[in-house]
Design a protein around this ligand. Structure first.
Ligand code: T46
Length: 187
C-alpha cells in the first residue's frame, strides 16, 4: 500500500496493491496499523455510502465542527469522482487552499482527509458510488459547509460540474470569509 502526500500536508492519496491472477485480483484496501502509522492515531467509527445518479453531481463542501470534526477515508466504488479537500485550519500556511485527486474503482486509489478540512466531490460519470469511513459519528448540529464555488478558494472543478445538482443546503453554504475559525493546526 503506497501513501503519497498531496500538495497540502496531511492529505494522503493511498494506492493499495493489487495481486492479479487469472481470476482477476486481490487487494488489501485497509490495514488499521499501517493507516495509523501514516495518518496518526484515529478510529474509523462510521462508514458512509452515497449514490449520485447524474454526471456532474456536486456534493459539498462539508465538514463537522469540534468535537465531531471528522477525518475521512474516501474511495469510489462505482464510476469516478473529482475528490477535493480545502484546508480550514485558520493558522495553516495553506488556509483556504485546495487539493484534489480523481478516485475510481479502476485505479482503486483512496484519499485521506484529516479533520480540519472541508470535503466535496463532483461525479465524472452517471451512477457513481462513493464510500467513506469517518473518525467521528454524524452530528447534524455540527454539520457545516462552505460554498463549493467560493472564488476565494477557487476550486477548478471539472467541466461536468452541474450546479443544478446541488442540494438545497449546498446552494446556500457560507463563503470562506464568513466562516468562524473552527479549526487550528493544534487540533
Ligand atoms: C453525512 C450524513 C448525512 N446523513 C443524512 C442527512 C440527510 O438526511 C441525508 C443526506 O445528507 P447530506 O445531504 O449532507 O449528504 P451529502 O451531500 O452526501 O453530504 C456528504 O457528502 C460530503 C461530500 C461529505 O464529505 C460529508 O461526509 C457529507 O456531508 O443523510 C446521515 O444520516 N448521516 C451522515 O453521516
Amino acid at each position: 500500500m503506497q501513501f503519497v502526500e498531496l500538495s497540502i500536508p496531511g492529505l494522503l492519496e493511498i494506492q493499495p496493491k493489487r495481486l492479479g491472477d487469472e481470476r482477476g485480483y486481490f487487494s488489501e484496501i485497509f490495514r488499521l496499523a499501517e493507516f495509523r502509522n501514516r495518518a496518526g492515531d484515529c478510529d474509523l467509527v462510521q462508514e458512509n455510502e452515497s449514490l449520485s445518479a447524474r454526471v456532474g453531481t456536486v456534493r459539498g463542501l462539508h465538514f463537522q465542527t469540534v468535537p465531531f470534526a471528522q477525518g475521512k477515508l474516501v474511495r469510489c466504488t462505482r464510476g469516478a469522482i473529482f475528490d477535493v479537500a480545502v484546508d480550514l485550519r485558520h493558522d495553516s500556511e495553506s488556509y483556504g487552499a485546495w487539493a484534489a485527486v480523481t478516485l475510481s474503482p479502476e485505479t482503486g486509489n483512496q484519499l485521506w482527509i484529516p479533520p480540519g478540512f472541508a470535503h466535496g466531490f463532483c461525479t465524472l460519470v452517471p451512477d457513481t458510488i462513493v464510500n467513506y469511513k469517518v473518525t467521528a459519528v454524524y452530528s447534524q448540529p455540527d454539520d457545516k459547509g462552505v460554498a463549493w464555488n467560493d472564488p476565494a478558494i477557487g476550486i477548478e472543478w471539472p467541466a461536468q460540474a452541474d450546479p443544478e445538482t446541488l442540494s438545497a443546503k449546498d446552494r446556500q453554504q457560507p463563503l470562506l470569509a464568513d466562516l468562524p475559525p473552527y479549526f487550528s493546526m493544534k487540533g
